[in-house]
Design a protein around this ligand. Structure first.
Ligand code: NAP
Length: 248
């Protein structure tokens, strides 16, 4: 069966590293992005130069109609999806809970939580053996924030990742006998552009001293864990979490 993977938010960071590594492992990859078309196109070109197959498709995962259209486009251009990485995620400026307004909370939860639910729903429709599908695997990108809570920085973001953990546990059990495995990774402090959204581009340098390994992580180190969870080598693994956090 052709391996077809959708990675949400794959224009840069962990998503881009995952898309490139997956292509090397024989997946035809959909590089989803929201705004940064040029970055997504660069990921596609990198994959194509190495002989892989990839397409870039714009969709805001928080929009139900755009998620539906994303999966329909993949059906047409790559074939039926067999793997999904719910990677797209955002955080807002560092702030205490006492200052957070509803608009911020809606934005964070719509992208990080509702986006992952909607993409999982569309994937299940196509993967479920109950619905004529051939099975598949989903990996959700959570965070160590789910268990650390991110006090003084973004408790809303941490709570959204707590919801992703619960989605992983519940959905894994719900679809375990439909040929679909659902797992998650919990990255720690990884060198990507996400920290700039919080107002501190060099955050990893500040906080790495608190990591037992005394360093930040690279996006590719997270991608390796994601690809293992997607692979047949993880065939009896579902509802599980891999910490990619240097011992944090
Ligand atoms: P990043 O460098 O900021 O990249 C995020 C990507 O997601 C961008 O390509 C962005 O695309 C896309 N995106 C954002 N909102 C989207 C939406 N609504 N729909 C579709 N795509 C959207 O982030 P990252 O650090 O690689 O993070 C990836 C995942 O890892 C996130 O879920 C994050 O919470 C998680 N994580 C990261 C760390 C870390 O230290 N970096 C630690 C733990 C967990 P556009 O540029 O087009 O908007």
């Amino acid at each position: 069966m052709k391996k077809v993977l959708i990675v949400t938010g794959a224009g840069r960071g962990i998503g881009a590293a995952t898309a490139c590594l997956a292509a090397q492992q024989g997946y035809a990859v959909c590089v989803n992005y929201r705004h940064s078309q040029e970055a997504a196109q660069r990921v596609v070109e990198t994959i194509e130069k190495s002989g892989g197959q990839a397409i870039a498709i714009a969709a805001d995962v928080a929009s139900e109609s755009e998620v539906v259209a994303l999966f329909q486009a993949v059906d047409k251009q790559l074939g039926t999806v067999t793997a999904l990485v719910n990677n797209a995620g955002i955080l807002e400026q560092q702030q205490k809970v006492e200052a957070m307004d509803a608009a911020r909370l809606h934005h964070v939860f719509a992208t990080n939580v509702i986006g992952s639910f909607l993409c999982a729903r569309e994937a299940i429709k196509r993967m479920s053996t109950n619905q004529g599908g051939g099975g598949g695997a989903i990996v959700n990108v959570s965070s160590v924030a789910a268990r650390l809570g991110s006090p003084g920085e973004y408790v809303d973001y941490a709570a959204s990742k707590g919801a992703i953990d619960t989605l992983t546990i519940g959905l894994a059990k719900e679809v375990a006998d439909e040929g679909i495995r659902v797992n998650a990774v919990r990255p720690g402090f990884i060198y990507t552009d996400i920290h700039a959204s919080g107002g501190e581009p060099n955050r990893v340098e500040r906080v790495k001293i608190s990591v037992p390994m005394k360093r930040g992580g690279q996006a590719l180190e997270v991608a390796h864990a994601i690809l293992w969870l997607l692979s047949d080598e993880a065939s009896y693994t579902t509802g599980s979490f891999i910490e990619v956090a240097g011992g944090k």
